[in-house]
Design a protein around this ligand. Sequence first.
Ligand code: G1P
Ligand code: ZN
Length: 546
Amino acid sequence: MDILTVATTPFTDQRPGTSGLRKKVRRFQTPHYLENFVQALFDCLPQREGATLVLGGDGRHYNREAIGVILRMAAANGIGRILLGAGGLLSTPAVSNLIRRHRTRGGIILSASHNPGGPDGDFGIKFNIDNGGPAPEAFTEAVYARTREITEYRILESGEVPLDHPGEHTLGGMTVTIIDPVADYAALMETLLDFPRLRSLFDTGAFRMVYDAMHAVTGPYAIEILEHRLGAPADTVIHGTPLPDFGGGHPDPNLVHARELVQRLFQPAPRCPDFGAASDGDGDRNMILGCNFFVTPSDSLAVLAANLHRLPGYRTGLKGVARSLPTSRAVDRVAAALGVECYETPTGWKFFGNLLDAGRINLCGEESFGTGSDHLREKDGLWAVLCWLNLVAERQQSVAEIVREHWRNFGRDFYTRHDYEALDPDVARQLVDRLRDRLGTLPGRRFGDFTVASADEFAYTDPVDGSVSEHQGLRLLFHQEARLVVRLSGTGTEGATLRLYLEQYEPDIARHDADANDYLAPLIHAAGEILQVEALTGRSAPDVIT
Ligand code: G1P
Ligand code: ZN
């Protein structure tokens, strides 16, 4: 098998965003596009010769083709061994686990996470380093710089391995070990959670649960863990077969996209299951539902923080916690009560890595349906679901009872996120620039019921390595215990997405049962006045509310 050196020219749009390089499938299919990026990545990988890497993806359209290309390029670039999930499948948390468990140099994840798939959908590629977490900005920027100057890439002329057959295969001078994608991950979960107690939950058949795998990667993981190891009934996992187009759905576990699950959980009590959950395309996100009850991801993080010591893998309790800037401050209240540190980081999981590695935190999360702990360096959807099940089993309370009790103890942080999608990027940028320019003039000004207490642009200094990340979102605090955060998405592939994150604290128990968007209506109105979204974009309402 000859190694070819192929001449190429740079593409200018290969800068990784919040989570790797994400583009339309068709863009990735442009001749040399994938190859250029992969070569740039290998060029930036220290001590590449003989290294072991993990490789797998969420099974979306182009997954198998991309794996074929990456394997041939890895062999041509001196990689020693690839650990590959059978069928080319691995969830993002499973990759993180394999990197850590097998001490590999890193891993390549093929996924566009919760973005739609299929030939007209999105594809993505992301590199994780040897701690199992997303590569830090210094590395992704180096890869980007390399893509701007690349002139050639190396690839085996031919050769492939049977992706569906576990075992050892050889490709050029490289070994490809094809492994069961689920086994190591399921074993890890058994060490962190109380499996006997979880099994007892399903013993009598009285407890009913639905898990929506959204035809994405977590189907096989959820079936193995929930149905086979914990004894949940065989129809517990719905949409459990991974499909290249996610069955035409949008694999984002929220109230809008997990429609069937939401319908099942929101119906009169006798018919409504006790517990509902969903994960996204690559299995790192989670949504938690109770009977007629939605747990916001920010509340989920706060509840897990307050109850972490109840889970077998975390008996020593919460060491410290981190949340991304736009995530509600509910968890801050728990950290304050427990006397541990709460870090506020920019959006994106990569900012949690150093805090986890340094042992400063053992729990972290984002409002975007992401929760995780020091067991990995990625957020972990199924883990979060199992944590909640464990709490329900141990506390002998429903999801709603657990959350309401939490609000009684800490107060409720009403929260909503409004997304305006596919905006003209210039218009979106102007909107943000205009607000940035006015930040200094806002303190003391009143908008509707709200007076601005402070306004700034968030910059983060990593407390572990001192690195600074600027321009991470605009943040307005109001005297009325309310907050507005504004930023542009770094993961979209069509136009720009404007995200408004709105929250207000309510200590009065009598008001805790209000609907979040009703409760927050005055703040939403004030935000409209401050930002002039409608006047500038022509949009009278957001596209997605979560
Ligand atoms: C979005 C979420 C962010 C998450 C990322 C990857 O990024 O908002 O919290 O880490 O997806 O799952 P954004 O599109 O906002 O840049
Ligand atoms: Zn994801």
